[in-house]
Design a protein around this ligand. Structure first.
Ligand code: GDP
Length: 355
């Protein structure tokens, strides 16, 4: 495996600055994408070739129809080899320590011979062009670990579109032999809900406050969380973290038992000092054992597949509708009539849908 490490750096969207100009890199990428057959992609991905994994994800993320078609063929062929990982969602406000935690946790897992892929769903990536995981100073140790693969959030016009691409990338990563998939997201809009719909275990990172832990936290997130980890439990914060732990534990017990029959846990950690990391890994293993035994694990994955089938249909129908030239022309006329008070939104919608 000559250059897995080098290839890793070159192909994780985290290439060395100044080595190739952006447009030249794009051209090279495009040519490579053209040259390789679906067969080649599939066999290289199944061999764990990170360069091909990266290129396949680029196809998945492309808006070009031909690329998408190729991506779909690769995905279908990889599907029988997917599904063999544990998918973990991690959320928390900016600054809570997500990337520090993922780096510590990821390194811990790779030290145990696991292969870890880190993907992201960042709905803001289109607006501000930046994205979580896009910054190469983050996770600098994990980035050079040959058993880790880090991919920034795809950009897209809608959260659904961004999430769909990440979900497809999970399949490719699994086929390439990654057995732990971490999906990072920030608590913006509905992003936690979509990430929850693609993972087995959902972990919420929190900071200890001044005793008002439950304030400002969305009820829905608490309901989704399989664990709350209070990070930065170090230095002066240690005691506050313990208090927060007790408070969250008490609050979690007030919620009805989850369908998984798993009682969500509250743990403390200091990601920066690697404290609490092995306990979190153990807790996730316990969850997997319990939910595999009571069959919830497979039930949830099936449910998620159904959800993604339906949401992909919705997405496609919407795309077809808005990309239809007749609709495009007529839509502006209807909007203008609406503004002049000549029609109602419902009548206008009816006419457009009947075109
Ligand atoms: P993110 O925005 O959620 O990804 O947060 P980062 O991982 O970038 O961390 C934000 C800041 O918190 C950085 O300055 C980290 O060094 C710091 N930080 C992260 N984890 C810990 C921790 O466990 N303890 C302490 N004291 N600081 C931490």
């Amino acid at each position: 495996m000559k250059n897995e490490k080098t290839a890793l750096k070159e192909n994780q969207g985290v290439s060395k600055p100044g080595t190739t100009s952006k447009s030249a890199a794009e051209k090279i990428k495009k040519n490579r994408v053209k040259q390789n057959s679906v067969d080649e992609f599939v066999s290289r991905i199944l061999d764990g070739d990170i360069t091909f994994l990266s290129r396949a994800i680029t196809l998945v993320e492309s808006t070009n129809n031909k690329h998408q078609q190729k991506a779909n063929e690769i995905l279908e062929r990889c599907l029988p080899f997917a599904n063999k990982s544990i998918r973990i969602g991690i959320t928390g406000v900016p600054g809570v320590g997500k990337s520090t935690f993922i780096e510590a946790f990821g390194k811990y897992l790779t030290s145990k011979k696991s292969k870890v892929a880190v993907l992201a769903v960042d709905p803001s990536s289109t607006i501000n062009k930046g994205s979580i995981l896009g910054d190469k100073t983050r996770m600098d140790q994990l980035v050079t670990d040959q058993n880790a693969f880090i991919r920034p959030s795809p950009s897209g016009k809608s959260l659904g579109g961004v999430a769909q691409k990440t979900r497809e990338s999970i399949i490719l990563c699994e086929a390439a032999g990654f057995n732990t998939i971490i999906i990072e997201t920030v608590g913006v809009g509905q992003s936690e809900t979509v990430v929850h719909s693609m993972v087995d275990f959902f972990l919420l990172l929190k900071l200890a406050g001044a005793g008002d832990e439950l304030q400002g936290i969305k009820r829905g997130i608490i309901e989704m969380a399989d664990a709350i980890v209070i990070n930065k439990a170090d230095g002066e914060n240690k005691q506050n973290a313990q208090i927060a732990k007790v408070e969250f534990n008490r609050a979690l017990h007030l919620y009805p038992l989850k369908e998984s029959k798993w009682q969500p846990k509250v743990l403390t950690a200091s990601a920066i000092n690697n404290i609490g990391i092995s306990e979190i890994d153990q807790m996730i293993s316990d969850y997997i054992i319990q939910t595999k035994e009571n069959t919830y694990f497979d039930f949830k994955r099936n449910q998620q597949n159904e959800f993604w089938l339906l949401s992909t249909i919705e997405q496609q129908l919407k795309n077809n509708f808005y990309n239809n030239s007749k609709i495009k022309d007529r839509l502006s006329i209807e909007v203008s009539n609406l503004k002049k008070g000549k029609t109602t939104p419902f009548n206008a919608a009816k006419r457009l849908l009947n075109l």
